[in-house]
Design a protein around this ligand. Structure first.
Ligand SMILES: Cc1cc2nc3c(=O)[nH]c(=O)nc-3n(C[C@H](O)[C@H](O)[C@H](O)COP(=O)(O)O)c2cc1C
Length: 278
């Protein structure tokens, strides 16, 4: 299920230009006299009409408070005032006017929020995060991440994976030092998670482990958390420190925490698709 909020407008082109060029929305669909826009999972549309509908507030929210200030710099000429914190709602925000005088709010929640990003944005928006804020990750948020991972497919539905959470600062420091700069992000997060596969239970341990680990990256992102796949640290000392059993294998370790950076998208190869010989 999804939904769209519609507004009548007397200045369709100008209003759409504002929301696409200045706010950063994309055109989702064009229909006769309407243009439907998308910003994250927010769908809103404008239809040509004789009288503009200007009631209500269109609120756009960002994961990090700094992004509200960046939006303010871009939209200063339309802002009603500088960004400020509202303690009652625990948000950082500012208001602006769109070209027809609708109220537009730009905000960031100063606390974790439940998952809201949809599939395509989740897939395209995940990045490897190597710098984290110190804010703790609440147990119920962590539980929500692991619950999402339970939907991972596994060979013969054996569900052979488990997770080890690592919060002890000393151990995080040791794990961060195992592989130099490659493993250093572990030391910058409030916790790390190791994905473990039980080879005695798994139908296909390598596949099952990689799939669950990949799900962990997206489940964490859905909860606003950053991750970074740190390749196998299956060393005796690490195994002992994490209490890994004889038939178990460490698939990967990831730092987990609220991102303190918004990494750009590294270059992507265009899809390589070949047609099987006839
Ligand atoms: C199997 C695997 C191993 C990786 N190992 C490391 C690592 O040891 N250290 C690290 O900082 N990043 C590691 N990464 C993250 C990659 O560098 C990253 O996914 C890639 O540069 C693309 O960036 P993105 O994840 O932001 O899209 C690893 C990723 C994968 C899938």
């Amino acid at each position: 299920m999804s939904g769209i909020v519609f507004f009548r407008t007397e200045r369709l082109e100008e209003v759409c230009e504002f929301y696409t060029r200045r706010v950063g929305a994309g055109v989702w669909l064009r229909q006769a006299e309407c243009v439907l826009l998308k910003h994250g999972n927010f769908l809103f549309g404008f239809c040509r009409g004789e009288r503009a509908e200007t009631q209500g507030v269109l609120t756009f929210f960002y994961p990090r408070p700094e992004q509200v200030d960046e939006a303010f710099e871009r939209l200063k000429d339309r802002a009603r005032g500088a960004p400020k914190e509202n303690e009652r709602y625990r948000i950082r925000h500012f208001y602006a006017d769109d070209p027809e005088g609708r109220s537009v709010e730009f905000q960031s929640f100063l606390h974790p929020v439940p998952p809201h990003e949809d599939g395509a944005d989740l897939l395209a928006g995940r990045r490897s995060v190597r710098r984290y804020r110190g804010d703790p990750v609440a147990e119920d948020v962590l539980g929500g991440v692991f619950e999402l991972c339970a939907f991972a497919p596994s060979s013969r539905n054996r569900q052979p994976c488990s997770f080890v959470t690592i919060r002890r600062a000393e151990l995080l420091g040791e794990l961060a030092a195992v592989r130099g700069e490659s493993s250093a992000p572990i030391g910058r997060a409030p916790l790390a998670v190791a994905v473990i596969v039980d080879t005695a239970r798994a139908g296909r341990p390598a596949d099952d482990g990689a799939i669950t680990a990949t799900c962990l990256l997206f489940a964490a992102r859905a909860h606003g958390l950053g991750t970074c796949w740190i390749a196998d640290m299956d060393r005796l000392a690490v195994r002992a420190a994490l209490g890994i059993g004889e038939t178990e294998r460490i698939v990967m370790i990831t730092p987990l925490g609220y991102p303190d950076e918004d990494p750009p998208i590294p270059p992507r190869r265009p899809p390589v698709v070949r047609v099987a010989p006839a």
